[in-house]
Design a protein around this ligand. Sequence first.
Ligand SMILES: Nc1ncnc2c1ncn2[C@@H]1O[C@H](COP(=O)(O)OP(=O)(O)OP(=O)(O)O)[C@@H](O)[C@H]1O
Ligand SMILES: [Mg+2]
Length: 297
Amino acid sequence: MSEVALQHIYSGKVRDLYEVDAQHLLMVASDRLSAFDVVMNETIENKGRVLTGLTNFWLREFSGSVPMALISCDPDVIESMVPGFSSKTEWHGRTMLVRKAEMLPLECIVRGRLAGQAYDEYVNSGTVHNMAAPKAMALTDAFPTPMFTPSTKAESGHDINIDLETAASIVGAELLNKAQTMCLDLFAKASAKLQASGLTLADTKFELGFVDGELVVCDEVLTPDSSRIWPSDEVRSGETPPSFDKQPFRDWLSEQPWDKTPPPPTIPASILDITSKRYVAAYEKVTGRLLRDWYGA
Ligand SMILES: Nc1ncnc2c1ncn2[C@@H]1O[C@H](COP(=O)(O)OP(=O)(O)OP(=O)(O)O)[C@@H](O)[C@H]1O
Ligand SMILES: [Mg+2]
């Protein structure tokens, strides 16, 4: 860092965290891409800005109904707390100034439709996160009502899907209940909003934490990395669901002789390019805004 002197405290698969002071962090979303919890060698142009812009869009959409860790993505606001930030243009649009939270040790997944790992489990055992599910559901079918299906938040390795009883044994029944109510409410609001744009929210993952004793929404919100969002008119019961973001990358990856452990395969430039375009298109379709109007883009 040139002018900005901040202590780097953590790097996740996608984000780098820096400490502003005892109560505040900068979360900087990189252009890194991960698959099966392995970070690829290449980056996807604009991805960090898309993730940050979408998170900001949804949190503004929800503000009033839910407390959040996010303070601002505006470089001028961040500058007032982090002198020198204005000139660090590479970080503009990919940085969230947030209140530091004590993270809940759960990933709060909500599933409106049967897909992904949940589908694999359902085919094997008829359950979803070890919980009862309706009989004879096909891939992409909607649950009677969205299911709150937490997973562990692994420090390393893969998260494990758990049932509500196990989740309650980790955080306590009362807190779990609170998290469930909050996440189901956000899911319903987001679903309705997306539906109006011809999009179906299949599932998503929220991360919650405590700030000053209050449960707040943290991290990324309803991004392509944390959600499955499908063009509604292409959803067919029992068929591989369409994806409007990472499908070209997933298709390419599924053809690679890769055992899902590092090192990852080398991604061709054409796949990187189309994936970047898909991320940008996702931002523009969901928000109705152009990415070029977002900070730093
Ligand atoms: N307000 C906050 N205060 C403290 N930590 C936060 C806050 N918001 C998010 N985090 C944490 O910051 C990290 C963000 O890093 P990143 O998104 O790269 O995560 P990851 O958890 O390693 O990977 P993935 O998102 O793919 O599961 C996560 O560990 C997340 O729980
Ligand atoms: Mg994360």
